[in-house]
Design a binder for this molecule. Structure first.
Ligand SMILES: Nc1nc2c([nH]c(=O)n2[C@H]2C[C@H](O)[C@@H](COP(=O)(O)OP(=O)(O)OP(=O)(O)O)O2)c(=O)[nH]1
Length: 171
């Protein structure tokens, strides 16, 4: 099983709230919009991974203590867990987004997120994450590897879950 993270930086403007998305340039989900993120490296906590991936992909510095856990997503492929993904949001960060070989960053109004150019399941959970809620979701894909070419067939979502238990507070 792959363990991965996503991080959604948010900023408030007079015109409304914007989220920093990336257009992914290579790897899984290439060509689609997503948040900065990726797979955990050996010995890394999910928060450390989210901080590193956000720095590597878009050049923003985030303090792990400023990451708010927003979702836990389980992606199943042909009945087996393929990826478990920790999702964070943050309103605190330093620096200006810059392009990298992996990603082209773009600030997008939270009411204007391009769901038609994203993973099909994102429209089911990301609106809640961007609205400040918490989500636990399970998403089933079928049809062999890779995951981004499989068919999205079913899902189960729970909203308002707590990630504040002592054992999980630092995840
Ligand atoms: N928004 C969204 N993200 C997803 C879904 N499924 C899924 O794996 N992801 C995320 C989890 C990870 O952050 C990311 C895939 O990890 P990655 O970016 O490291 O993958 P990669 O194959 O490009 O890895 P690498 O070559 O850069 O090591 O995609 C999904 O359905 N929706």
């Amino acid at each position: 099983m792959i363990e991965a993270t996503l991080c959604f930086p948010l900023r408030d403007l007079e015109s409304g709230t914007e989220v920093l998305l990336i257009e992914k340039r290579r790897g899984l989900g290439e060509g689609w919009y997503n948040g900065p993120g990726g797979k955990l490296e050996t010995g890394e906590t999910p928060r450390e991974c989210a901080v590193r991936e956000t720095r590597e992909e878009v050049g923003l510095e985030v303090d792990p203590r400023d990451l708010e856990k927003a979702a836990e997503l389980t992606f199943l492929l042909d009945g087996a867990i393929h990826t478990f993904c920790h999702v964070y949001r943050t309103t605190q960060f330093a620096g200006e987004p810059r392009e990298s070989p992996e990603a082209r960053p773009e600030w997008v109004d939270v009411d204007d997120v391009p769901y038609e150019q994203m993973w099909e399941d994102d429209q089911l959970w990301l609106p809640h994450v961007l609205a400040g809620e918490t989500v636990a979701g399970e998403f089933q894909f079928e049809g062999g590897k890779p995951l981004d070419e499989a068919a999205f067939v079913d899902h189960d979502i729970e909203r308002g879950v707590s990630f504040d238990g002592a054992a999980r507070a630092n995840e």
